[in-house]
Design a protein around this ligand. Sequence first.
Ligand SMILES: C[S@@+](CC[C@H](N)C(=O)[O-])C[C@H]1O[C@@H](n2cnc3c(N)ncnc32)[C@H](O)[C@@H]1O
Length: 369
Amino acid sequence: MASVCEVGGISPFFQVRQTEFGGRGCFSIVQLKKGAVVLEANDSVGACIAHEFRKEVCHSCFSYRNGANMKFKLKYADIAHLLKPGVKISEKAFNGAGLWFCSESCKLEYLTQPHIVELIECYDVLLRTLKIMQKKTADQKQEPDPQVMSAEIIDRAWLEINNSWIPKVERTKPTKRLNELPFIAEEEYNCARFVARTLFSLKHLDPLSKTMTTFWTLQSNELSKISRFPVLLNFQIAVFKSLYVLLPEIIRKDLSTELFRHIMGSEYGNSFGIWEEQKVPENREFLGYSVFPRASYFNHSCDPNITKSRVGRTMLFTLNRDVPKDEPLCIDYSSLLDQPVVQRRQLLRENWFFDCLCGRCILELQTIH
Ligand SMILES: C[S@@+](CC[C@H](N)C(=O)[O-])C[C@H]1O[C@@H](n2cnc3c(N)ncnc32)[C@H](O)[C@@H]1O
């Protein structure tokens, strides 16, 4: 984990410091007024709209219109002029990369992202593979899922990939590598798209940017999440193998087991849901998720002083009350604030893998003991 100075300078309103209960958190560095936006994050590193919602969500502005299909699907003609050396997209095989938009202008805006055709090639090959896999019906499980998990078991599984599987693939002729492809279903596909987007972002981000430096210092929850759901180890390995076999070289060359584990481990505790906008939590659709490294130092509080909201692709972090200097700035991870303390803490433990030590929990725990 990085030292504090490596994650400073995210906002003029707060600093990242060590908290009393361990880990880092955000603290106000000046007195702040209710309504102040302490962070505006539009620098997502990885994001994924669930396959289920692919036609119903605009991939540029993330708008969703009560389940209506978006009218503008990506076509080969839209990208033909963007093709460049190292990117091979055949007109005949092109599937639209699973990208739909609410308007021509949103589509154009998406296509103006530098080098975006590299990502479109990745998305399209993953989508083509999912469609082929969906035609297979037999039980495709290759490895039995482990029952008990530990850091050693996880490390050993990845060592095996590094020492045995990758060298084997590298010795295999490119035309035969598809034989190494594991079975993937929709969940693996969603995850593969998320990782592909992250690899693409990292490839083109300024290495000295705050987004990049904070990405490398994100807390990983790999062990706690896989310990709770051991099936995730084989799931992740299947995603890794699929990406290794399928991704075009221009993106795949940066894929290593170490980077993959950091992307997956940090995604678990640091991603923000892409929820339908302007609806109460109980009635919102969960459309996908996104990682904003600069916004990942906000701890949870059951009495949060920050309200998070999404406007298009941007996350806003707005103070919901006046805050003095040196106060922790916290958001609500859970939408469970009306639950009693014991249930709240249990749900946070089960879903977010930590025992909540916020001021409200500590106070309420004292009253029940
Ligand atoms: C998004 S990160 C927040 C930044 C994190 N503290 C760090 O050092 O990178 C979420 C993690 O912070 C810790 N955390 C956040 N809120 C907490 C709370 N109320 N009580 C205890 N731990 C908390 C947990 O370890 C959780 O998995």
